[in-house]
Design a protein around this ligand. Sequence first.
Ligand code: NAD
Length: 411
Amino acid sequence: MSANPLDTALYSLRQAAELAGLDPKVIELLSVPKRTMEFTFPMRMDNGEVRIFTAYRVHWCDALGNFKDGTRFTGNLTLDELKALALWMTIKHGVGGIPAGGGKGGVVVNPGELSQWELERLSRNFMRHLPMKGAWVDVPGADIGTSEQTQAWMLDEYESIVGYHSPAAVNDKPSAVSGTVGSAEATGQGVYYVFEQVVEDFGFAKDCSVAVQGFGKVGSVLAGLLTEGGYKVLAVSDIYGGIYSQGGIDCTLLKEYVRKTGSVVDFPNTKPVSNEELLELEVDILVPAAVQSVIDKENAPKIKAKMIIEAANGPVTPDAEEYLREKDIPVIPDVLANVGGATVCHFERIQGLTDEYWDIERVNRQLKDWILKAYQQMILTAKEKGTSYRMATWINALLKIEASVKKRGWV
Ligand code: NAD
């Protein structure tokens, strides 16, 4: 298969659609975006020069609700990458029971080259020139290169355009600007709820061993919760390398250490381990939480974990997954395990629409309910259809989308 992410996403779509017995017309409809927008805007830089920026927004399918999801500011952004991500978000919303369609967009820019003022003007310009927007139309959230701050500027710009407050029009805002509490931790928190349920359902011990690759926004939150929950985190890593301790790493202390040093490397009382070695450790559960395609057909035969939970997007390649399935090493897929972020974005929108803001207990209680409901549906479908957990999640999402498409009379 080609490395084009859109080909990969369409391949999964067709595979799952066939297993789900989807109407061919629905498959045809879901194989193309509803619309793609490419637009440009001029912006004056701090040095007085004017630069023309290219921006995109892709709307894949809105059968389940209005478009929603991330905005990337990256130098190598492509339309095919955004189309693949918009399709994935359509599926992820279906998996999570979130009433939203899949959208994704961004600006071709390396934010590291911009000053703070330029970043603010870029965020405001993106929102000003975005052709379709609003709480019931398309709600952009953060992604690579964007942050709580860019989202706060985008909301402020939107509200100044329409002339009234509309907190539900932008996601991933800080709680000081009508965002939600728990948004920064939501993905890691959701992975943790899935992890706990997996331990119970698959008969692991309450202090089973874990390795976590990646110690960023997702991995560090998850690892901290694993330590607090009494699990034995034998190894963690980041881009600079990994650490190992036979007795388990205190990830609450590690978070403090990383805040000071910028890396997990050389954390006291641990031995160094490479990222490659970490993946091949003898642990009960392996959680890749860094980047895509780290478990491929080359290293799949060396995996000794009994179970893999995908916190990152796409860490296990399709051929590696086939091998792991034969070896009876189940993979809990990304679209389910990391749907916590998208779920809490939906809660953020509900709070913005009602102007009633929740406390962290309510956010986490509802997140747990929603993600475990999606998890139970995945387990049931995998059993009924005899498929992998990944295919089961896709089938569940596709059947929900198909039901809406048909009742709407689209095909
Ligand atoms: P992040 O940038 O905050 O952290 C990434 C971590 O992985 C860092 O510790 C980094 O050092 C490490 N890393 C980077 N490249 C690596 C490599 N080649 N080998 C080993 N470690 C490496 O990112 P994040 O937000 O924590 O996202 C992690 C993964 O989860 C990504 O796949 C992302 O798409 C996915 N994800 C994130 C969210 C979210 O809410 N942040 C939601 C859904 C999915």
